[in-house]
Design a protein around this ligand. Structure first.
Ligand SMILES: Nc1ncnc2c1ncn2[C@@H]1O[C@H](COP(=O)(O)OP(=O)(O)O)[C@@H](O)[C@H]1O
Ligand SMILES: N[C@@H](CCOP(=O)(O)O)C(=O)O
Length: 314
């Protein structure tokens, strides 16, 4: 269940008067999703998704919405935000920032094979290439500074062995210099539930609300860790190869990226171990987030420390 703020039809009908998309014919809460209230909205002119942002500050939202508009303009299956009659993407419903985007077709595939991973690799490279001409800048909200601060917050709640793992990883990550790595706008949360499949084709890439500017390789690592891991956290070599080669074919990896890759896979695993551990041990009052299993990402981190695949060579 993730309609945290109900929206009555009468409220939405009134709100839609400031848009040029016709009259409301259907409003349905969406049960998936973990951080915002989402609704399918059908009008006499089309199908949309309404999001009420539950935890993200109003100041951060234009970066995400304009990034989605930019990527959609570049031909990628990203939901274009809908501007209202004041030419704004962002409005307010029930005192929450709210936005409408196009509804895209498809459904998530939670047990992907190598063919899915090939398409996801190519799609991620496409997002990075198109993102290079995006003019706005906003740091990755879950970047190195956040990781260090969050590690300090969750440390006391972890068993001793995990504290030692965390200390070692934070110390290791502090030695990594990412200055030579290509950077740009990254999705930063391209998990299986954020890609909609229309048959074998990607019909939608959604949920840009963790996006920001960071190294492109961090995004590659985040995506690979979710799409290509086995139950014990180790990597499926077939899916990993398919994903990495498809990405490399569109945006070839540099030597600096090849050198930084094992550390980046670990940084990406650490990021989700920390966010899940924080949601688990330190739930914020009044903030509604569905907690996912932190141990899954602790295990992925341990596996990446033990072994990482090489990036494809030129
Ligand atoms: N533009 C869209 N087109 C079609 N379905 C969407 C779209 N945006 C969201 N959804 C649906 O809503 C669900 C929750 O969206 P998501 O952005 O992941 O929520 P949250 O931000 O709360 O994690 C998705 O799993 C998907 O089914
Ligand atoms: N993908 C993250 C949590 C963010 O959830 P989303 O539904 O907004 O993608 C995780 O798995 O920890």
């Amino acid at each position: 269940m993730s309609v945290f703020t109900p929206v009555p039809e009468a409220v939405l009908s009134q709100w839609l008067k400031n848009y040029a998309i016709g009259r409301l014919t259907e409003l349905k809460g969406i049960s998936a999703g973990v951080q915002n209230s989402n609704f399918f909205v059908t009008t006499t002119l089309g199908r949309y998704v309404l999001t009420l942002f539950e935890g993200i500050g109003r100041a951060e939202l234009p970066y995400y919405l304009h990034l989605m508009a930019h990527l959609a303009r570049h031909g990628l299956p990203v939901p274009a935000p809908i501007a209202n009659r004041d030419n704004e993407y962002l409005g307010t419903i029930k005192d929450k920032p709210a936005a409408l985007v196009m509804r895209l077709s498809g459904a998530s595939v939670m047990a992907p094979d190598e063919h899915h991973c090939t398409r996801v690799g190519a799609m991620l490279a496409g997002l990075h290439l198109a993102g290079m001409s995006y003019g706005r800048r906003q740091p990755n909200p879950r970047g190195p500074a956040w990781r260090t601060q969050t590690a300090a917050r969750v440390h006391a709640y972890l068993p001793e062995a995990e504290q030692a793992l965390l200390d070692r990883e934070i110390a290791f990550q502090a030695t990594i210099d990412t200055d030579a790595l290509p950077a740009g706008a990254i999705h930063a949360d391209l998990f299986r539930d954020n890609i909609l499949w229309d048959g074998e084709v990607i019909g939608g890439v959604i949920d840009f609300y963790f996006a920001g500017n960071d190294t492109l390789l961090f995004d590659v690592a985040v995506t690979l860790n979710d799409w290509c891991s086995l139950d014990d956290g180790s990597l499926d070599p077939v899916r990993s190869d398919a994903f990495l080669h498809a990405y490399h074919a569109e945006r070839p990896f540099s030597d600096a990226e090849r050198a930084a890759w094992p550390a980046m896979l670990r940084a990406a695993a650490l990021r989700f171990w920390l966010s899940r551990a924080e949601d688990f041990h330190l739930p914020r009052e009044g903030e509604m987030v569905l907690v996912k299993d932190p141990d899954e990402y602790r295990d992925i981190l341990r596996q990446r420390i033990a072994w990482s695949p090489a990036l494809p060579a030129v």
